[in-house]
Design a protein. Structure first.
Length: 66
């Protein structure tokens, strides 16, 4: 489980973007290869007008350990 923020500021326009990210990941093995699946959401606590209010993110990471 992950909870974080990646805040940015446009100093010229005096505009903040403050997304809050929540993600969960699971590591599984497919054959002998470890694979990580991650699903998360992003809610914009503050952002420019006309910008998104939320997003969804899904990632697959293949791991190749030595």
């Amino acid at each position: 489980m992950t909870l974080n923020t990646e805040s940015t500021c446009d100093w010229s326009a005096h505009q903040w973007t403050v997304p809050i990210n929540v993600m969960a990941a699971q590591l599984v093995k497919i054959d002998k290869t470890p694979v990580q699946f991650q699903l998360g959401g992003r809610y914009y606590a503050k952002g420019p007008s006309g910008g998104p209010e939320w997003q969804v993110r899904f990632t697959i990471t293949f791991l190749f350990p030595k």
